[in-house]
Design a protein around this ligand. Structure first.
Ligand code: ANZ
Length: 798
């Protein structure tokens, strides 16, 4: 039995859709809207593998069903095209980042188009295009005007080899995670965005979102709100005061030391001559650690630290306590200083054990030989707090501190301001001119400040951004005619993705970033699908900008993405030898004993399922799959492999299975015995309506795999039937078309229809059709189960 010709059919329909502009976003505003968005890709040099389109296929199914249900659908695609990897690829290939980006985008677009995704390509955008980043710069200026963008001398991780600062998250053991290049601490003047002003707002907004709980929890943790108190300690024999932040003011009576971050500003004036050398030495050692390492190390048993020689006075009982420095206290959190309460804090406990500090329990319940007691309990050895539980004692302690003017209630966040400048070339120029009197924003009408084409765009060794090489570009005049120099740092990779979903609303507008009437109609994004790796950075940054834009009255919703869904990852077979070297599938084979070995020298390899990636040599190219099995089979398999949110193993056999289902469908429609006479077949109709129900429900649950299974059942049942009503198959093609649009369009046409399948009303689920024909009744005699009988579901009582 000849299989259907997927190449011809898919090409034909893709050409048809393009010519007919079938997926253009409708201009009418009379129908309800649905905005379904993918996290747009970074167009890397590797192109797509079959793990990437899983989410794209899912959103495409949703977009297509919603259109058929009568919604105006906005379903766009674009490119997050600024960033470091492109610059590195350009260096390797001796091309400009512009050229590399153009080429990579073409590859990606071609790969996506081959899948028959129903994007409105008229709205395609790239964040590295001047008519896009012009508005990224414009939003930056809005932030600047609001006081939310500022410059500060910041302690940063400087990577000489990469010629740029790196974020905390990018540094481990003093090295850049990606390349292993050493990183050194440096104080540098940097642009910062005041995301901390929005900590409360970003927390509050989470409650209203239909997002995976895990992602919301990660954002809450990242923002890290802590309620507690600040407490002022006097320094003995000095007029200085040191403020500490604590979440446990109730344990002040158990304080046995004060511990400062080694970077603490008051340290220099406290430290005694005797301790000065030790303190300086410790400080220098700490400077080599990233904040992340310090946070990780805080849980370690082995604590380090140095006594400063100075003493502080605990305000609650006037006791003298030694002042230490230790790396588990972070300079950027709270006030960079703590009071140490070893009996009730694990880190303090280990610290006290190491350095022989007193451990005085002030909350009953623990045993100081075993560790810190962090639970609730009656307060003891605590003066006026004795007898109270933790919550009561906290409130009482804060009251006392406030009355005695040595402390107050305080809320602290773990969230830091966002370091927003990079000393790299391939990013948005920051639209600021530095003059003798300070930074001056570029007037809006002068935007965009375009990125000049440079012959030499590699980072400089001394940290001067590459843009500083273009003297003609750097010298500028403000609108008041004052001479100055342009800011030469660029924005980080994350900037462009902070607002692209707004630009998709009017990507071609030249005098505004978006039109507010249109924004009202389309926002918020109804469904946003992408990888879970964006749980914090992108999704937090974008929410931050959106909250600011909302405060500026420029967007109508507080939150940009009401529903978020994370698709799982795709795992492929990897082959690795004992030395850890990876091999391609076609350079290994199974020997006679059934073990996997390399083809050339028979070296044993182990096979494993690992996350698909080029570096593991286990990627499968979607174009190859489209060539052999067709885009429709690939699309089905992407969703059939498992639940959308689960990680799944790629099995090319599975694509073949989906392909066989499509072949059966093709035969059913082209060779089945169809009629338009009224006929009945309860079994076929039941299978059909179960499938309709499955597809409709999958819109909310996104459980496409079960919907596909029901469609497969229908085809099996229908294949067994002697005669079929044409309308059953037409209904079936309607529900199949979001998943396998090419073959569905083709078969619909072959059934003699000229108008497109998408114009046909979506089949309506009929509950009566899915009632089982028989129901099982229990037969009880005198209360005991004696057996069951099967009766027709419509049978009468008798
Ligand atoms: C005294 C105390 C006693 C504390 C006790 C805890 C238990 P979260 O929940 O993370 O906000 N802390 C304050 N500033 C710090 C800094 N810059 N670096 C490291 N640790 C710091 O934790 C707040 C607690 O972490 C604070 O409460 C403080 O230790 C410590 F039985 O103060 B606590």
């Amino acid at each position: 039995m000849a299989d259907y010709d997927h190449r011809a059919i898919e090409q034909k329909w893709q050409a048809h859709w393009e010519a007919a502009n079938s997926f253009a976003t409708p201009a009418n505003r009379t129908r309800p809207k649905f905005y379904v968005l993918d996290m747009f890709p970074y167009p890397s040099g590797n192109g797509l593998h079959v793990g990437h389109p899983k989410g794209y296929v899912a959103t495409d199914v949703v977009a297509r069903i919603k259109r058929m249900l009568g919604f105006n659908v906005l379903h766009p695609m674009g490119w997050d095209s600024f960033g470091l990897p492109t610059e590195r690829q350009a260096v390797r290939e001796g091309l400009s980042p512009q050229e590399v980006t153009r080429r990579n985008i073409q590859t990606f677009r071609k790969q996506l188009q081959r899948l028959g995704l129903s994007y409105d390509w008229q709205r395609e955008l790239a964040t590295s295009e001047a008519d896009y980043y012009r508005w990224t710069q414009w939003i930056f200026l809005k932030l600047y005007e609001r006081g939310l963008a500022y410059q500060a001398e910041a302690a940063v991780h400087w990577c000489p080899a990469q010629g740029t600062v790196l974020a905390n998250e990018e540094v481990l053991d003093g090295r850049y995670i990606e390349t292993g290049d050493p990183v050194e601490p440096r104080m540098m003047r940097q642009w910062m965005l005041k995301i901390t002003d929005y900590a409360e707002s970003l927390l509050a907004g989470l409650d209203s979102l239909d997002w995976p709980e895990g992602i919301k929890a990660m954002q809450r943790h990242w923002i890290g709100r802590s309620e507690g108190a600040s407490v002022q300690f006097r320094v003995a024999g000095s007029s200085a005061q040191i403020s500490v932040f604590t979440t446990r003011p109730d344990t002040l009576f158990g304080c046995s030391a004060m511990v400062l971050a080694p970077e603490h500003a008051l340290l220099a004036q406290l430290v005694t001559d005797e301790q000065r050398a030790k303190v300086a030495d410790y400080r220098e050692k700490t400077a080599r650690l990233s904040e992340r390492e310090r946070i990780a190390g805080a849980a370690d048993d082995e604590k380090t630290g140095v006594f400063t020689g100075a003493w502080a006075i605990n305000p609650i009982n006037e006791q003298r306590v030694p002042i230490w420095i230790a790396d588990y206290v972070l300079s950027s959190y709270g006030s960079g200083a703590i009071f140490s309460c070893p009996a009730h804090d694990e880190r303090d406990y280990k610290f006290a054990r190491k350095f022989d500090l007193p451990i005085t329990p002030v909350v009953a319940g623990g045993n100081i030989d075993e560790g810190a007691w962090t639970g609730d309990g009656e307060h003891i050895h605590s003066g006026f707090l004795n007898g109270l539980n933790n919550a009561e004692a906290k409130a009482r302690a804060i009251g006392w501190l406030e009355e005695n003017l040595c402390g107050s209630r305080q809320i602290t966040y773990r969230l830091r301001d966002w370091l927003f400048s990079r000393q790299r070339y391939w990013g948005e120029p920051i639209p600021i001119i530095h003059t003798a009197t300070g930074p001056v924003p570029v007037p809006q009408n002068d935007l965009p400040i375009t990125l000049p084409e440079l012959d030499e765009y590699k980072p400089t060794e001394d940290g001067d951004p590459p843009l500083s090489r273009s003297k003609s570009w750097v010298s500028a005049t403000t609108s008041d005619g004052v001479a100055g120099l342009r800011e030469t740092s660029t924005m980080p990779q994350w900037a462009g993705s902070c607002w692209y979903y707004l630009r998709f609303i009017n990507p071609k507008l030249t005098d505004r970033p978006w039109d507010s009437v249109e924004e009202h109609y389309w926002m918020p994004v109804d469904l946003y699908v992408g990888g879970a790796e964006h749980a914090t950075l992108h999704l937090l940054y974008a929410r931050f900008w959106h909250h600011v834009l909302n405060d500026l009255g420029m967007v109508s919703t507080r939150e940009p993405f009401v529903r978020l869904f994370n698709q799982g990852m795709v795992y492929g077979d990897s082959y690795r030898d004992a030395a850890g070297r990876y091999y391609y599938r076609d350079s290994v084979h199974q020997n006679k004993e059934g073990s996997w070995v390399t083809l050339d020298d028979g070296r044993p390899v182990t096979t494993r399922k690992e996350k698909m990636s080029k570096s593991r040599y286990n990627v499968v190219n979607p174009e190859d799959i489209c060539e052999t099995y067709g885009a429709d089979a690939l699309r089905l398999y992407e969703l059939f492999m498992g639940a959308l949110e689960d990680n799944c193993d790629w099995e090319t056999r599975g694509v073949a299975g989906c392909r066989r289902f499509l072949d059966r469908t093709f035969r059913l429609v082209t060779q089945g015995s169809l009629t338009r006479e009224p006929i009945q077949d309860r079994e076929v109709e039941r299978a059909l309506h179960l499938a309709i129900q499955g597809v409709v429900e999958s819109l909310d649950t996104l459980k496409f795999n079960t919907a596909i299974a029901k469609m497969m059942t229908f085809v099996n049942v229908a294949t067994r039937a002697r005669r079929l009503h044409a309308q059953w198959l037409e209904d079936f093609l309607s529900i199949l078309s979001p998943f396998a649009p090419h073959i569905a369009a083709e078969l619909w046409q072959r059934l003699g229809h000229e108008e497109s399948l998408e114009q046909r009303p979506f089949p309506v689920f009929d509950e009566n059709k899915v009632r089982s024909e028989v129901v099982t009744l229990a037969v009880q005699v005198k209360g005991k189960l004696r057996g069951t009988v099967e009766v027709a579901s419509g049978a009468s009582q008798n």
